[in-house]
Design a protein around this ligand. Structure first.
Ligand code: GTP
Ligand code: MG
Length: 202
């Protein structure tokens, strides 16, 4: 996929602020600091479209980035950041639930740190996604920090911990661009599927 255009389309908390639906929302969820914004910038080849933070827990809205006027990345506030108050966490949860209750075609990418065993919150998130039946992919970030052997080892652990099959897990690095093409091809495939549906309806 060639990235011709990428823009911040909306910072939204409420339904009325969501931008009009395109083919698909690729929704990025994961702990604060896991690399959600870095993945967006790397995939879209924009250095600072999504704000990366040395200041974790800063994202407080759903950030919609439109790509090629065809689809969105939706950057969710990072979960599990200790300095965010309980009230704020509840507000995030409600904000995310409102979005999930809105019928839009979406796929979830849950980001986890490739170096660690998935934590309690990662487990809960993936169990939740599975239970609501939204298609999802686990993206293991910061893979540049691991050797090939370590990746093979972590792959086994993560697949086992989250009960994944091989096609549900991709190792990624925003630093080296590892698997950038694979992830973009996956989105292109989803868009194709959507176009196919449109044609079938005509
Ligand atoms: P929040 O917006 O706070 O939820 O964080 P985030 O998930 O958007 O993380 P962000 O992209 O801001 O990255 C956090 C830190 O990890 C930054 O210092 C990044 O440079 C670093 N980082 C992100 N991805 C990678 C990666 O693939 N490799 C390495 N080595 N560092 C990374
Ligand atoms: Mg971010």
């Amino acid at each position: 996929m060639i990235i011709k255009k990428a823009d911040l389309a909306a910072l939204a908390a409420w339904k009325s602020q969501y931008p009009p639906e395109l083919t698909i929302d690729i929704v990025l969820a994961g702990r604060s600091n896991v690399g959600k914004s870095s993945l967006i910038n790397r995939l879209l080849n924009r250095k600072a479209l999504a704000r990366t933070s040395s200041n974790p827990g800063k994202t407080r809205t759903l950030n919609f980035y439109s790509v090629n006027d065809a689809w969105y990345f939706v950057d969710l506030p990072g979960y599990g950041y200790a300095k965010v108050s309980l009230e704020e966490r509840e507000a995030f949860k409600k904000m995310v639930n409102r979005y999930l209750e809105t019928p839009r075609r979406r796929e979830f990418w849950q980001l986890i740190d490739a170096r660690h065993k998935p934590g309690e919150l990662d487990q809960q998130m993936s169990a939740y996604l599975r239970s609501v039946g939204i298609p999802y992919l686990i993206v293991a970030t910061k893979a540049d920090k691991l050797s090939k052997n370590q990746i093979a080892k972590q792959k086994k652990i993560i697949m086992q911990e989250l009960a994944l099959n091989e096609s549900e897990l991709v190792f990624f690095s925003a630093t080296t661009g590892l698997n950038r093409d694979l992830l973009l091809a996956r989105i292109a495939e989803q868009i194709e599927k959507d176009n196919g549906k449109e044609k079938a309806r005509d």
